[in-house]
Design a protein around this ligand. Sequence first.
Ligand code: PRP
Length: 221
Amino acid sequence: MTSADMDYLTIALPKGKLFAPSVDLLSKIGVSANDVHEKSRKLVISNEEKKVRFIITKTGDLPTYVEYGAADIGIIGKDVLLEESKDVYELLDLKFGLCRLMVAVPQALKKDKISDYAHMRVATKYPNVAERFFREMGIQMEIIKLNGSIELAPMVGLAEIIVDIVETGRTLKENQLLEIAQIHKATARFIANRVSMKMKFDRIHGIVEDLKCLLESEDKQ
Ligand code: PRP
């Protein structure tokens, strides 16, 4: 870590659904910068006065930036942490962004039990989570990794089953898919790099404490 890096706290924010609530939450505890927008072409945004630097990353890449110390801290969904299994500290459950990692099938393919789907194809953005889930159940499946619009796969015969996150359930409903098993619940988590946690303990600890107070006060309202 250079001395310039030591002066700044670098915060990774994920593109997508967690971006706006993350910016909002951090700004409430005074951790902010001008022009932190998801669509910004500028991917590093600094606040010289507060000595913070925001970086905006693809969701799946965020834990890697934090693991390698390119970012000191970050906010990311538990679903991504389960998939990526990176060596980072998970310091706080921020409670927002609640969703569920689910197994779903087309209504027409509904079977009695999950083992009846053995050897079928599973489309997912979460191949590690899916592989672990079916392995622990002793069911062998063929996992097909996709990067988005997972619900399309069973409609066009690419896969029989999907593993995906469900938030409101609207996408499943609109595509006639049924949830058949829940793998995990997920919310946004505050994570930190292991070395940064030692070198910048006071700053990171201060943010965690401020976030805890904020969440508690919002809980009481
Ligand atoms: C996620 C997920 C589902 C959808 C679920 O996709 O993969 O498709 O949201 O939300 P719902 O239950 O509220 O309908 P996202 O919008 O992140 O886009 P993607 O499919 O391109 O990854």
